[in-house]
Design a protein around this ligand. Sequence first.
Ligand code: NAD
Ligand code: MG
Length: 412
Amino acid sequence: MKSIAIFGSTGSIGTHALDVIARHPERYRIQTLVVHSQIEPLWAQIIQFAPRTVGVADPLAAAVLRARVQAEIADKNLRPEVVSDPYAIAALAADKGVDCVVAAIVGVAGLASTWAAVCAGKQVLLANKESLVAAGQLMMSAARASGATILPIDSEHNAIFQCLPSGACAPEAVLKLILTASGGPFRSLPLSAFADITPADACRHPNWSMGRKISVDSATMMNKGLEVIEAAWLFSMPPDRIEVVVHPQSVIHSMVQYADGSMLAQLGRPDMRTPIAHALAWPERIDSGVAPLDLCAVSGLQFEAPDLQRFPCLGLAFQAIAQGGAAPLVLNAANEIAVAAFLDHRLSFSQIPQVIEATLDAAFTGTATAAPQSMDEVLFQDAMARTLARSVLTKLNPCLEHSLPATEPPTC
Ligand code: NAD
Ligand code: MG
């Protein structure tokens, strides 16, 4: 029986993970659930899965939940402890009663718990790509030191993990990793219509159902840029050997190119329960609830190079990757600020890359771009980049100067 902690249990990844876990009560037990503030869906999860502990980042929501637990769960042994202090929440990922941590908080908000899990040597099912983008070097060396196993559940990285050699194949026989991208909802929208894109348009992904922040990242293709950085760290692959190809059907989830001309691909329906089930049961295989792919119903598979004029965010991500050091961290922080502002109707879709580019320019004018050497440095540089991005945002839209919140609201 594997005991599981899900960080971000009410989100898209969290609920897909619980769906798979509920199919295998003999294999998995929920120890911990963590959310930002959505206590209604969390309550249903508490009743269904009886976790020992729950973390609620918003203190007011935590207090409401604590009172409800006391009032409505008669059996004291079934009452979960409710934690809301941020350090205590992160520490739940390192609890000795937890075997496996599903890192599914959105954004750098997920960094502390992912870091705690990695340092404690847990099995980490990683969805929270922003942790690796901001602190990849530190995360990977901490995992080597602690013996933590990081299993990717981002669909592309899980596909690559499945296609990589497990036996006696020399690493240099792997020539390239090829990340597929759907191209999002605006792959063929006339560029003249980009000015009118609303948050609802951007969150309407053609193939995947996801949280709002990653949906916007998919629409700008920043998601693919973040995924290139994620892949470089996860698979120790130089970024110039990671390629992005647009594949609108989302049938092939990614590929590995070998020296002998073979290309291995992982195929399946666009349903996150497949990579989640793969990582949960690894190295075994379990039922995920996903129907097999009907190949005869797949009308055709298209591939095309990404259009960097249409998707400047992807170009900015490639530049940040090439620059290295702290550039990916700044890129990520600026993107989180810009996407939150767009979702909050404080920025237009086309201004998202403008905020990121201006923040990167301002952050690195005449300064070195050394990668952060400690988690404190990561948090400091992330905070600095957010402050810069907010000032760029107010310069772009001066009328917003007095309406900007001190911290961005969660994007879910
Ligand atoms: P989501 O917005 O649907 O859910 C986010 C979850 O995180 C919610 O449960 C929310 O309560 C929680 N959360 C947010 N801020 C928090 C905080 N400060 N403290 C504690 N909990 C907090 O997001 P999602 O789509 O599930 O994505 C989660 C992560 O997984 C992201 O990093 C995303 O890039 C990655 N990912 C998602 C998908 C997908 O299909 N949704 C696919 C691949 C990777
Ligand atoms: Mg992905």
